[in-house]
Write a new protein. Structure first.
Length: 483
């Protein structure tokens, strides 16, 4: 499966801009450029559909996603307004209903006080209370701190031992001490007892309306967001070409770029004054026909991505459970999360449903090299043990393997990313953003903030405002993943 996408945009100011990547970040930028009446916007797509890992596809008449995705209510108001405009009634506001499997019990997610009192293991609850009373005496994390240091000070040893650390080992394939503290700062929103309590109290409306209790989701799957962004860009003057691949990017002198393209119609080239890239940094640098410093090459090897196996189970019945998502932090389960897409939108065949189990791993690991049948049988057996499925159920199984699901923040990655990002940023006319472009852990509304920030940094005269973009980059560093 090919996950690289390419977009070309030409400005009315006679400033030609090439945007690489037709996931939400690239499409969001193309849409905003087109709305600014930037003429000649052409989307060049290597795959046969837009969206990348944010696309959807049908299984048993149900729109399946690449894992569990939702548009969070924390989405910036102007971005949400644009999405509501282009999706119309198809963008649904839904109430979240998830649960966490912990020591043989199910806890509601988002967390609710009465459920926590009733279901949370007593030793864990007392551990949280003890930590809340004495956390101020714990040593503060330093610049060289790890994920383990931040979480131990934040929520204490009990919750780390029973929840955060086993979950971390499964998600990132590293020991908590090997993971950068940035992983905790960007990936864990409730990284302190106080934050956990605020989340719980907000569910009662004590601290205002709880945003975590609701989410937005398209009627026809998560991929409908990218599809509608693409259509809206076309309706504003853009053109979308599928099955076209960028082969090389050559630096023009004194400025600008020549981009070599290949499609079923043959090979040809276009010129661009600027390139905005949302594709993986490794892929971008391979495309650049420029001498790459040795330290940049070496640093690229330290920017690792976690792979993912997605297991789809199809059933001939209305639903498996009433929940949209089930979380499995314990290491006895190979999967971290199981979702039921039909419960996200509320739409689908009355006699069909599917489950999607997410198994983080590495390419060529033992489980990666197992057969589809072996992986499916293993997941089904575990779901029976967890009580999600009955032993008599034999669903149809589909497997998808994703070699690059999300970045791994191993301790020391910061220096490697800085070298690569600094070198790429030193190339005049080249800008990177999006999850892959900035090696970022974030949500869809975050990557759209990046896209909108890039367009905001394009001046009317066609020049890219670097100072404005630096200010946007500072705000991106504060983005925290919403669970």
């Amino acid at each position: 499966m090919v996950l690289a996408y390419y977009i070309i945009a030409v400005a009315t100011t006679k400033m030609d801009i090439a945007i690489l990547g037709a996931g939400p970040a690239g499409l969001g930028a193309a849409y905003k450029l087109a709305k600014r009446q930037v003429a000649g916007v052409t989307v060049v797509e290597k795959a046969t559909a837009v969206g990348g890992l944010s696309s959807s596809f049908p299984i048993s008449g149900i729109f399946a996603d690449f894992g569990s995705h939702r548009l969070h209510t924390e989405c910036r108001p102007d971005i949400l307004a644009d999405l509501q405009l282009i999706l119309g009634d198809d963008l649904l506001l839904r109430k979240r209903r998830g649960r966490i499997r912990l020591q043989g019990r199910w806890l509601d997610f988002p967390l609710r006080p009465l459920n926590m009192i009733k279901k949370m293991p007593k030793h864990m609850a007392f551990g949280l209370l003890f930590h809340l009373l004495f956390s101020k005496f714990r040593k503060k994390p330093t610049e060289n701190s790890s994920f383990s240091d931040v979480m131990m000070r934040g929520v204490g040893p009990g919750l780390c031992r029973d929840f955060y650390f086993p979950y971390a080992r499964k998600i990132w394939g590293l020991e908590p001490e090997e993971i950068s503290s940035i992983q905790a700062l960007r990936r864990v929103s409730a990284r302190s007892v106080g934050a956990l309590l605020r989340r719980v109290l907000s569910s009662l409306g004590i601290l205002g309306k709880s945003k975590a209790a609701y989410f937005y989701y398209p009627r026809k799957g998560y991929g409908q967001i990218s599809e509608k962004l693409s259509v809206a860009a076309e309706e504003s003057g853009a053109t979308v070409l599928l099955g076209t691949e960028i082969k090389k990017i050559i630096r023009n002198e004194p400025s600008g770029f020549k981009i070599l393209l290949s499609s079923g119609k043959g090979t040809y080239e276009i010129n661009a004054d600027q390139i905005w890239s949302t594709i993986p940094l490794t892929n971008l640098i391979k495309l650049l026909d420029l001498p790459v410093p040795q330290d940049v090459h070496q640093s690229l090897n330290l920017l690792e991505s976690r792979a993912m196996i997605l297991v789809y189970l199809a059933f001939n019945k209305e639903k498996v459970t009433d929940f949209d998502t089930h979380y499995f932090p314990e290491e006895q389960y190979s999967f971290t999360r199981v979702s039921e897409p039909k419960n996200f939108s509320g739409f689908g065949p009355i006699d069909k449903t599917i489950l999607c189990a997410e198994l983080p791993t590495q390419v060529n690991s033992k489980i990666w090299n197992m057969s589809d049948m072996e992986i499916g049988q293993s997941v089904i057996a575990s779901l029976v043990i967890a009580g999600v499925l009955k032993g008599s159920e034999i669903p149809e199984t589909q497997i998808k393997r994703l070699p690059n699901a999300y970045p791994i923040y191993k301790k020391g990655f910061e220096d490697a990313f800085y070298l690569v990002d600094h070198w790429v940023g030193s190339i005049e006319g080249l800008v990177t953003f999006g999850r892959q472009g900035l090696f970022a852990h974030n949500n869809l509304h975050h990557v759209l903030e990046m896209a909108y920030g890039a367009v905001d940094s394009l001046q009317e005269n066609g020049m890219f405002d670097k100072e404005n973009w630096r200010n946007h980059r500072v705000s991106f560093d504060k983005q925290v993943v919403v669970d």
